[in-house]
Design a protein around this ligand. Sequence first.
Ligand code: ADP
Length: 392
Amino acid sequence: MKILSVNAGSSSLKFTMFEMPEEKVIISGTFEKIGLPDSFYTIKYNGEKNRNEVVMKDHTSSVKILLDELINYKVIKSYDEIEGVGHRLVHGGDKYTQSVLITEDVIDTVNKLIPLAPLHNPANLIGVSSFKEVLKDTPMVAVFDTAFHQTMEKEQYLYAVPYEWYTNHGVRKYGFHGTSHRFIASEMSKMFGENTKIISCHIGNGASLCAIKNGKCVDTSMGFTPLAGVVMGSRSGDIDTGLIPYVMSKTKKTFEDVMNDLNKKSGMLALSGISSDLRDVEEGYLSGDARCKTAMDIYSDKIADYISIYNTELQGADYIVFTAGVGENSSVVRKMVIDRFAFLGVKLDEEKNNTRGINGIISTEDSTIKVVVLSTDEEVMIARDTYELINK
Ligand code: ADP
């Protein structure tokens, strides 16, 4: 059964086609700069990547090109061979605790949730409507970034702010990257059994940690928005909100400008003064740049802080898992973080930590908490949910 896994952004659309239930990737691609004059797309098939520059005025034009390319590449003969489309939706509020088949009701509800995710939900919904325009009768599934975190208890998700903010306006911690953390929980249960306590560290450009007990989320580091938690590529992570009015008055920036600074000009970009890309900051650090060293220290400290919190919340974690761009690839960050737990007897096996592409345990036999590297796969998770829901 052929299933498309889709992630639509405001000007981009990524897709992967899977043969399910084998989970075999058939073809994948990215459409970028949709709506701009220099839009283009790349398709990856059989290990080859092809780039085409085509003006795409909107997402629907991209979807039409995508489907025609699937026929050109001979992966399908007609559109009806696509038996399901799974869409990544960022915000499901407290309405969705798991993935659902997309109905008019679901679209209405996600529309109502737009104030909670003003940048993401509208773009995700455009993705849904573009596919619906072309594949009218194909079942579609919504997979929410927030759903996995809905098992958090009030102690974890409430902020100590006026209670009506929560009851009247939904101000609470939601958490994001849920599909990735759920994938990690699922892989870990296959590898090490179900009754485990895991700290999943999704460290990419965006980054969040998640405490998982027996496959369920107990706590996570992103909050009402993805700005909270650890230091990220260009996001600040946790800050004292009291600095916002101060910076506004000192710099004469608007509130929107300051929020933009916190989302796009902070994090590793701000600390290093070089780049939001961890590879660049790591290179600076290794060649002795003082600001990059401070940046790397703060970065690792914040990750370690959250690991400590979750180790306590879980009353002793069994596993710390590193995933996503940085987590999977940077042995330097992993070492800087885990070295901070030497006092607890958590120890890396240096050779394993330095082995590229490792997918498994990288700590020593006697490490008190096992450290694991796993590559995440949100796309396959979306395809799995889609496959399951349309076969129910
Ligand atoms: P996102 O999906 O949030 O955009 P990714 O999970 O793709 O992010 O991670 C991107 C980050 O991973 C970038 O900061 C990049 O520098 C980092 N990264 C990728 N490869 C490496 C590597 N070999 N060493 C260190 N960092 C890496």
